[in-house]
Design a protein around this ligand. Structure first.
Ligand code: F6P
Length: 491
């Protein structure tokens, strides 16, 4: 059960910091306040990691200009960090999502560089560092998440040398040629090098980071170790390695086996007209996800009469995301125009070619959709991991279904038995979709079984313990500095 009570101040041995809290505060027009789960795979993954630990989570409550007192949510201590409306524009929508996001995703759209956004990024990162320092016990482990908080490790190290500090990048880390465009590239690298351990989704991401340090900071690197020497002559070493994130296989597998979810899957298929082939896409509405490429391939398949409703239909769930950033607005318009055109051109009455849903759904409904779908289309142009791919496989305890997976996802490196595509190659994508439809069921079951084994063995709990072990044994293990004036503090 969810409870939200103001919590007395405490100190914790484990502190997670992420841009968002696991729940967003939503204030309705009448002033009433409610809480909803925050979007994205990060929250889902970290939520299951934190569930049985006595830890604190530091993050933004999701609304501008709202100062929330610390609270307890599902027995987790939440320490909100307030952001002003200007900071939401400059730090979150601006620097995080209009500068870093496009650079870190291969410049699919042009990044914007603004000095005031950078200043805001520094100010907000400092606020996060201060909030973490406030709740972290002596010698605590701090796990910072993602690209929004890259300056936090250094800022935190400066005021709390006693802490073990780790950072995990949920998105790709770009090649140095792209990273080098950022005017503040050195500060970002130095910010990260305040950590003991840096985790990345792929080996290539960790290597890109190490290469960027070598080229842009002229520091010494040895394998996955980077040593930074400060102006005062002291040096410290940070390790950068790949530890790919995963999902809670057991929990989701069980949910998908529940009679309610299985009934709902059947009901969904029936509501969709019992198609022979149900195809599904589930994404945040983001230009990195390759939704336009997917729709183009689908539209051409309809045009070629290779497939068509009511025999085949596509459900596209597009979760609203970053709607005030121009590139996201444009994408929404393009996707919705395309969906309208496809339906206008190819749908008979009562059987839309595309069912477009601009919503987010609770986990049980998603599990039912996954279970109902014969072909899952995961076609990003670049994606750190893509947990939707892993969720789909996890829900297919019946060994049914087929996963079409882009080679530009982190997931590809673990699930390469899937029906692999290059989403830029529309002809190739069309062929892969047809192959996923037409491969015999027993062959698809064999592929699904092997992918399920991989995820079951490498679930989110294993990911978290691997990360925390790597952090605990990170290279520089200086004597834990004694913090002045912290004795007798309530933990
Ligand atoms: O990992 C990518 C990420 O930006 C996460 O940090 C976040 O939880 C998710 O995508 C959703 O993004 P946002 O918080 O900007 O809605």
């Amino acid at each position: 059960m969810t409870t939200h009570v103001s919590a007395p101040r405490r100190h914790f041995e484990l502190v997670i910091a992420a841009n968002r809290l696991p729940v967003d505060q939503v204030t309705a027009a009448d002033g009433s306040v409610s809480w909803t789960r925050s979007p994205g795979g990060l929250v889902t993954a970290m939520d299951s990691v934190m569930r049985n630990r006595d830890g604190a989570w530091v993050g933004w409550g999701g609304e501008p200009d709202v100062d929330i007192a610390p609270l307890v949510h599902e027995s987790m201590y939440l320490r909100p960090v307030a952001l002003s409306a200007a900071e939401v524009e400059d730090y979150y929508e601006g620097f995080s999502n209009d500068t870093l996001w496009p650079i870190y995703h291969d410049v699919i759209v042009q990044p914007s560089f603004h000095r005031e956004w950078w200043r805001s990024y520094i100010a907000v990162n400092q606020r996060f560092a201060d909030a973490i320092a406030e709740v972290a016990a002596d010698g605590a482990t701090v796990w910072v998440q993602d690209y929004q908080l890259q300056l936090v490790p250094r800022m935190l190290r400066d005021q709390r040398p006693d802490l073990r500090i780790g950072w995990f990048n949920h998105i790709p880390f770009p090649a140095v040629e792209l990273f080098a465009q950022i005017p503040w590239r050195r500060s970002i690298l130095e910010g990260l090098l305040g950590a003991d351990f840096l985790g990345f989704q792929r080996v290539a991401d960790a290597q890109n980071f190490v290469r960027a340090c070598r080229r842009l900071l002229q520091v010494t690197t040895r394998g996955d170790l980077v040593t930074l020497t400060s102006r005062d002559g002291s040096s410290r070493t940070t390790r950068a390695a790949a530890i790919p994130i995963s999902i809670d296989f057991q929990a989701l597998n069980q949910l998908s086996m529940s009679p309610a979810v299985m009934d709902r899957a059947r009901e969904l298929r029936h509501q969709l007209g019992d198609p022979r082939v149900l195809m599904l896409g589930v994404d945040r509405l983001d230009y990195t996800k390759g939704i336009r490429h997917r729709l183009k391939a689908y539209e051409e398949l309809l045009q070629d009469k290779a497939i068509g409703p009511p025999d085949v239909t596509l459900v596209q769930v597009a979760t609203p995301s970053r709607e005030r950033v121009e590139a996201y607005r444009e994408l929404r318009q393009q996707v919705e125009t395309t969906v309208g055109r496809i339906n206008g051109d190819y749908s008979p009455i009562g059987s839309p070619a595309v069912h477009y849903l601009h919503h987010s759904y609770p986990q049980d409904e998603m599990a039912a959709l996954y279970l109902a779908a014969d072909v899952m289309l995961v076609t990003p142009l670049r994606d750190g991991m893509n947990l939707v791919a892993k969720e789909y496989v996890t829900c297919r305890h019946d060994l049914g279904g087929a996963l079409v997976l882009s080679e530009f996802t982190g997931a590809y490196h673990e699930l390469s038995q899937a029906f692999i595509c290059n989403p830029h190659d529309i002809e190739g994508l069309k062929e892969t979709i047809l192959k996923a439809i037409n491969t015999p069921a027993h062959e698809k079951a064999r592929i699904m079984r092997s992918m399920r084994r991989r995820i079951a063995d490498h679930d989110v709990h294993r990911w978290a313990s691997r990360f925390l072990e790597a952090l605990a044994s990170a290279p520089d293990h200086p004597q834990r500095a004694e913090r002045p004036g912290r004795r007798g503090v309530l933990r």
